[in-house]
Design a protein around this ligand. Structure first.
Ligand SMILES: NC(=O)c1ccc[n+]([C@@H]2O[C@H](COP(=O)([O-])OP(=O)(O)OC[C@H]3O[C@@H](n4cnc5c(N)ncnc54)[C@H](O)[C@@H]3O)[C@@H](O)[C@H]2O)c1
Length: 338
């Protein structure tokens, strides 16, 4: 991911020479965040237990920047490793989590332990290390079946799955650590982030990698429900930009919750049609299966708070993001075949 020159000029003075910790930095969004932090001149420590990722991308970064990136293969439930990762870190980006609503229905206790207890431990490690700010990867799933659209941060959360509940609990922890201990914290509610390197092979794959994999393999994508459900699909560069801005913001952030999205809703049927075209299969119709438990009907964000508090403006449109993503899946598939 290449940041535009204007963004670099805006963020480099803050991140150059800065020590940061990224939990979950081997994952999809975490890997893109590490790319951006290194390009801005930061020194990065990553802690990740590789339970949902591999070292492949980070290994390349370590090869090119051995002095500026360090990897700790450990869980955020391991206090000693966390202390090691956070000591000296001025900013902590906490992205480690077990994602996926369906997985959380199958593994509710493990989801709670990693996502909620893990966040508490990260906050304690950051507090002990006297970090200046913790930026947390929260989730749009917090809104659950709130009917009001677009979703605004002032709405009461109505989580519908163990995953969503664990993310809402973690948001509360961030706010309490700000109030009780004066730690600057902010929770970014990411909305359906997608882009290159998102895993299409997992049983819990997100919708865009799952559709791209089916279509590029010559198969019809599977839509759960009638496909009229909407999502605010957010290209990963947009999510990374908001995350970097949240780390650097002058605003006094003390447990604030901020939507990170585009403000545009797209139905899953329209998404399937766009991807079918980009994958060279314009006539393929999706196969519909029963709606899944825990899935929300509509999810579109109000991004005014991100704009006002962080100066965030999405950089990349859905169309452009989908083009880049499909091109990456094509290259990756061709690489696997070669
Ligand atoms: N991708 C999205 O659309 C989306 C939307 C909302 C919120 N989020 C949140 O953003 C964050 C990053 O998501 P992602 O899509 O990159 O997922 P991901 O699974 O690719 O990344 C999460 C990383 O955390 C690591 N991890 C899991 N348990 C761990 C533990 N106990 N200790 C240390 N590391 C652990 C995994 O190995 C993985 O590398 C997550 O917190 C996720 O809940 C993502």
């Amino acid at each position: 991911m290449k940041l535009p020159a204007e963004t670099v000029a805006r963020l480099r003075p803050f991140y150059e020479g800065r020590e940061v910790c990224v939990t979950g930095g081997a994952g999809f969004i975490g890997g893109h965040l590490c790319d951006a932090l290194l390009s801005l001149g930061a020194s990065v420590r990553v802690i990740d237990d590789l339970s949902n990722s591999t070292l492949q991308h980070l290994a390349t970064l370590i090869e090119f920047e051995p002095d500026r990136i360090r990897f700790l293969h450990a869980s955020v439930l391991d206090d000693d490793a966390l202390r090691d990762a956070c000591t000296g870190a001025q900013t902590v980006f906490h992205l480690a989590a077990l994602g996926s609503v369906p997985r959380s229905l199958e593994q509710p206790q493990r989801t709670w332990s990693v996502n909620a207890t893990g966040t508490l431990r990260v906050l304690e490690a950051a507090r002990t290390a006297r970090a200046q700010r913790v930026v947390f990867a929260a989730s749009s799933s917090a809104y659950g079946d709130q009917p009001q659209l677009p979703k605004v941060e002032t709405q009461l959360p109505r989580p519908m799955s163990p995953y969503a509940a664990s993310k809402v609990a973690a948001e509360h922890l961030l706010s309490v650590w700000a109030n009780c201990y004066g730690l600057s914290t902010v929770s970014l509610r990411y909305f359906n982030v997608f882009g290159p390197r998102q895993n299409p092979d997992s049983a819990y794959a997100a919708v865009i990698p799952a559709f791209a994999k089916s279509l590029l393999g010559g198969e019809a994508p599977v839509v759960y429900g009638d496909g009229t459900q909407t999502r605010d699909f957010t290209f990963v560069s947009n999510a990374v930009l908001a995350t970097l801005l949240a780390g650097a913001a002058d605003a006094k952030l003390s447990g604030h919750v901020v939507n990170v999205a585009t403000g545009v809703g797209t139905s899953v049927n329209d998404l399937a049609a766009s991807l079918a075209k980009l994958c060279g299969m314009p006539h393929v119709q999706p196969v519909h299966r029963a709606e899944r438990a825990g899935d929300v009907k509509h999810s579109v964000a109000d991004v005014a708070q991100a704009r006002e508090l962080l100066g965030y403006q999405p950089l990349v449109s859905l169309e452009e993001g989908l083009r880049e993503t499909v091109a990456w899946y094509k290259r990756s598939l061709a690489g696997q075949r070669a």
